[in-house]
Structures are given as C-alpha cells and as structure tokens.
Write a protein that binds this ligand. Structure first.
Ligand SMILES: [Mn+2]
Length: 249
C-alpha cells in the first residue's frame, strides 16, 4: 500500500476528476466501518423497539431517526422495512402494512459517516414462524456465510456469487434468487465491483463489498441477509457485527 498521505493525495485527485476507485484508502475504510457500526447500533435499538401492530413505515422512520441521532450525515439510501408478503420484493418500499405475528420482516438501511455509506440487511421473525420460512432463512444464512468465507483478494466476483447461488439452488430456491450477491460501497452505496453472474472483476485487498443473498417467493415471503466486508489478502474484515442467527421478536 502507498503511504497514507500519498493515498489521500491520490484520492483527492481522483475525486476532483469525478473518478472513484474500487480499492479504498485507510481513511475511507475507517469511515465505512464507522457507518456500518452505526448501522449495528441502530439495529440493536430496533430489536428493542419493533412490535407486532406497528406499521412498516413506523419502523422505517425509527431506523432513520436512530441513524440521525447516532450522528449519521444522512441516509445512504431510502430505508427498506417490509413485512409478511411484502418481503418477496427485494427493494420493496415501507408501507402502512401492519407488522403481524408470523411475519418475516426485512430491514435494509445505511448511515453516512464523513461522506461514506454503510449498508446492512437483517431479516427477523415476529412471534412464530412456519417451517418453510425457517428453511428459507436458514438457506439464505448458509449462502451468506459461504459467500463471505469465499471472499479474499484474488477471488473473482463471479465465483463469490456462484458460491451463494449454488447453495440456494441446491436447496431448491434457485429461481427465487433474483438479484446479484453484492456490490462495492463508498461515497455511493452502489459502486463497482458488482458480485453477480456476469461479473468480470476480481476482488483486491481493501475493496469494501456487500454479500447479500436473498430468496423471494412470489405470493409468499422472502428473506435477505447483508453484511459489508473489507477484502484482505487472506479473507475479510466483516464490518457488520449484528446477529445473523434467526431472531424472533
Ligand atoms: Mn446492499
């Protein structure tokens, strides 16, 4: 790596030209990790806040209020909080739907620290879940853990996507994995590289990337789990510390 001062100079020149590098400087990575830590703190608060009977919008508003209270400079993207059947849309918008017993609830959100974005997703259960909901959650979790374990410098983004996709396909849900596995993060919440079935990029040390497989069954429900990890030569530094074992409220 270049010395920190040189890095910052090169970065400033890039930004002046409107370019953005997939490999981030130490200062950028620290800002991203802080933004993600803010997301963890926010999720922890939401676990104590969310109750059946609240609307998706109410919870989404509380997520955004909490991020701002923690010092976020803004929102990395409009907060997603979807429940029940609405979880079958990967990018559903929070609505007046009431969160009910037996629902899965997917929350996807990110704060901003010194201009850099966080991005995390957790899916939780309300009250009680059925066997299929549990199987889908377990499959997504296994895929997500395997995807993270596959990440390190020199591995192709295509291969990380394939690791996740193969697990979901083997469980019988391949047709319901309808988006890519992840993306780079920086000043924009979606930056290169992309981790999907068409990716050409290869992971390099100090790229921050998300790993966020999901399953979305039309007319039923869906689940997604997303962490933001920094690539190193030997694996990852996972910036997202929130629990991933199924949480039932
Ligand atoms: Mn994401």
């Amino acid at each position: 790596m270049m010395a920190a001062a040189e890095q910052e100079k090169a970065k400033a020149a890039e930004q002046e030209k409107g370019e953005t590098s997939m490999v981030k400087t130490e200062a950028e990575l620290l800002a991203i990790l802080e933004a993600e830590a803010m997301g963890d703190a926010c999720f922890d608060h939401i676990l104590g806040y969310i109750r059946p009977g609240m609307t998706e919008l109410q919870v989404a508003d509380e997520i955004e209020r909490t991020l701002k209270a923690l010092g976020s400079e803004g929102l990395a993207f409009p907060t997603i909080c979807v429940s029940g059947e609405n979880t079958n849309l990967p990018h559903g918008e929070p609505s007046e739907k009431v969160i009910e017993e037996g629902d899965l609830v997917t929350m996807d959100f990110g704060g901003i620290v010194r201009g850099y974005c966080g991005d995390m997703t957790r899916t939780i259960g309300i009250g009680h879940l059925g066997e299929e909901q549990r199987k889908v959650y377990d499959t997504v979790l296994r895929a997500q853990r395997a995807g993270l374990a596959a990440c390190r410098a020199g591995v192709s983004c295509f291969d990380v996507d394939k690791v996740c996709r193969d697990i979901i396909t083997e469980a019988g849900y391949g047709e319901y994995y309808i988006h890519g596995t992840g993306h780079g993060v920086g000043r924009e919440v979606h930056e290169a590289p992309t981790l999907n079935a068409k990716s050409k990029e290869v992971l390099e040390a100090y790229m921050p990337v998300t790993v966020e497989p999901g399953i979305y069954i039309p007319g039923k429900f869906g689940a997604r789990i997303e962490d933001l990890a920094i690539i190193t030569d030997f694996g990852i530094i996972n910036g997202t510390k929130s629990e991933k074992e199924l949480i039932i409220i």
